[in-house]
Write a protein that binds this ligand. Structure first.
Ligand code: ATP
Length: 342
């Protein structure tokens, strides 16, 4: 099922949580809504679910206007971080719940429900837990059961709000891989909310980066890392340095030090550079110079920070293997790759 979000505005007591948001979600796509707290991710997800209604704009399911349809009519499955399982019901009871409360005409027989529940337990790779209660499961197992419950009603669309938010790092990682595989098997159109960029890029076909009630960029992981379209996306995704630079006749300069050439017009610009996009030069070379203040490891890479005097700025660069990294070591770098924003 493809979903169209058309010029959505959502106000809460006149406070705009979303401004003119438009988005096309393809059928079968796995989409991440990524952004800082308060950027409007959950609001957008709830509008797609039918748990909220837009102040203006439309939500299309397929080619039909679903803006005024209820949650049930939209046939969406959802899992929220704090949307707990029913404690007093077994796993079987939880997963079958959505089917057992259907109106008589469309309610499957109890034998049929049991069969469907078992199928779902196999799908979430917990075939033997039907008779257990939620308290007898681990956090990651409970989250998988919550997903099975959402899938039981055979939704056309699966909506997940920080589905792995409360779990520890190792379980989150396993569940991500598992969800990606599940998605490949079932092919449900899936939208999930996260503020974890690693989770977004690892799982999603496309990432929707949001800030302050607006979509900043929609794209693949490569698009948002390598071709960010705004200063917000550049600094929100991955590490970045920002330098206030001047452009004169195609020459970029920072505090009088020439840094490279550009087609950009004369004037003041914001130059953004990733730590691995600096070249580390001999300390005597012309470039951005200082003394290493501190180093740290990020995954396999060694990062060094140093201060520029004029204008004052802290720069973070990735050091090449074997480069000295003691505090106080002189360092000179030049940007190899950058983006300028007005
Ligand atoms: P988080 O990551 O913290 O969950 P989010 O990106 O999901 O944030 P939303 O929950 O969509 O952000 O909230 C967007 C804005 O709308 C926030 O400023 C929030 O305070 C406001 N908001 C959301 N729901 C309501 C509501 N029911 N009543 C009033 N304001 C709301």
């Amino acid at each position: 099922m493809k979903i169209g979000v058309r010029n959505i505005r959502k106000e809460f007591d006149r406070y705009p949580a979303l401004h003119d948001v438009s988005l096309d979600i393809r059928s079968g796509e796995l989409i991440a809504l990524l952004g800082p707290s308060g950027s409007g991710k959950t609001t957008l997800l709830r509008l797609i679910a039918g748990l909220e209604f837009p102040t203006a704009g439309r939500i299309l399911f397929g080619d039909e206007d679903a803006s005024n349809r209820s949650v049930q009519e939209r046939n969406v499955g959802f899992v929220f971080q704090h949307y707990a399982l029913f404690k007093h019901m077994t796993v079987e009871g939880n997963i079958g719940f959505g089917l057992s409360v259907r109106e008589r005409a469309s309610r499957p027989s109890s034998a049929e429900i049991r069969r469907r529940v078992q199928e779902l337990l196999d799908l979430i790779q917990l075939p033997d837990v039907a008779k257990r209660y939620p308290m007898q499961l681990s956090g990651g197992q409970r989250q998988r059961v919550a997903l099975a419950r959402a899938l039981a009603i055979e939704p056309k669309v699966l909506l997940l709000d920080e589905p792995f938010g409360a779990l520890d790092a190792k379980v989150r990682k396993d569940l991500r891989r598992w969800l990606r595989e599940l998605h490949e098997r079932t092919g449900h159109t899936t939208v999930f909310v996260t503020h974890d960029q690693d989770e977004a890029v690892e799982l999603a076909d496309r990432v929707v980066v949001m800030s302050q009630g607006r979509i900043e960029q929609v794209g693949s992981a490569d698009d948002i890392y390598d071709r960010p379209q705004s200063p917000f996306v550049f600094s929100f995704i991955g590490q970045s340095n920002e330098l206030p630079v001047e452009v004169r006749g195609g020459e970029i300069a920072f505090g009088g030090v020439p840094l490279g050439r550009t087609d950009a017009r004369d004037g003041s610009w914001r130059m953004f550079v990733r730590p691995h996009d600096f070249e580390v030069l001999a300390p005597s070379a012309r470039g951005l110079s200082g003394q290493i203040a501190l180093t740290r490891r990020v995954g396999g890479a060694r990062m060094a920070e140093f201060n520029l005097a004029d204008p004052a700025r802290r720069i973070e660069v990735e050091l090449p293997a074997h480069a000295p990294s003691e505090a106080g070591t002189p360092i000179t770098v030049m940007p190899k790759r950058w983006q300028l924003f007005a």
